[in-house]
Design a protein around this ligand. Structure first.
Ligand code: FES
Length: 268
């Protein structure tokens, strides 16, 4: 079911520089959403900006009926969102889009997030912990430019969860890219993975998809990074998907056909 209502904002505050966490009281959405889906937010009551902004669902608290969104303030729409105060009501449509599908029982799972792309993966990790039996080992790889840009993983609680961090400047965790960190773990021995889930900037996803392909590891990626309008109108989210045509690919839209795609379908 897709909801389109005004929901009360409970929190909207900066949690990492340039990024804000918004929590809305939206029981229907929190019950219906699956990881990887997004919400479509009306940023103002006027027609400027005309289009809603798509923002991924960062986490849900189903017992409290809450939906969390972690968003980067980068443009007029998100600047307007940043000005919303707790107690105000926000026009929200969703949940929208195709989300992640959960692994098979017993599979060892790597979840890989880069920058703000890690936001929807918190929901996925929590769902993996909740829905998969304890024999599904989950490793969460989080990458960012520096320690101050890493979303706090302390909200995730599970004895079976491993969290690994990487930063470009070496200020926290592994010094290098999150993809290189994952590769080093795979190379170093028993920590093989049966399935990979990822979301992040295009260069990260490209190298991850190639690495997973060469190792024969299946997985899914969310291509939400470039979404603008969220409804198939702006074409900013066009992505190449493998096809039997002469070109070897066709264009699909992350907002209407995804944002989650099978790694083996993505054409890089
Ligand atoms: Fe505008 Fe997909 S985000 S067409």
């Amino acid at each position: 079911m897709i909801y389109c209502h005004k929901f009360r904002i409970l929190k909207n505050e900066e949690t990492i520089p340039g990024h804000r966490l918004m929590i809305v009281d939206a029981p229907g959405i929190s019950a219906a959403a699956v990881p990887g889906q997004f919400l479509h937010l009306r940023c103002s009551d006027s027609t400027d900006p005309l289009l809603r902004r798509p923002v991924s669902i960062h986490r849900v608290e189903r017992d409290k009926g809450l939906a969390h969104m972690l968003y980067r303030v980068a443009g007029r729409g998100t600047a307007l969102l940043a000005g919303k105060m707790p107690g105000e009501y926000l026009d929200v449509m969703g949940p929208l889009g195709k989300g992640f599908t959960l692994p098979l029982p017993g599979e060892r799972v790597a979840v890989v997030g880069g920058g703000i792309g890690a936001a929807p993966l918190f929901f996925l990790v929590e769902e993996l912990i909740r829905e998969c039996p304890p024999n599904n080992m989950v490793s969460f790889f989080l990458g960012a430019a520096s320690a101050s840009q890493l979303p706090p993983a302390s909200v995730l609680h599970s004895p079976g969860l491993e969290v690994h961090t990487a930063t470009d400047d070496g200020s926290a965790g592994y010094h290098g890219t999150v993809t290189a960190l994952l590769e080093s773990r795979i190379d170093s021995g028993p920590a093989g993975f049966d399935r990979i889930y990822a979301c992040g900037p295009a260069p990260m996803l490209r190298s991850l998809v190639r690495m997973a392909g060469s190792l024969g590891i299946p997985g899914q990626v969310s291509l939400e990074e470039r979404m603008g309008c969220g409804v198939g109108a702006c074409l900013s989210c066009a992505c190449k998907i493998k096809d039997r045509s002469a070109d070897g690919f066709l264009y699909k839209h992350a907002c209407t056909d995804g944002p989650v795609f099978d790694m083996r379908e993505v054409y890089y």
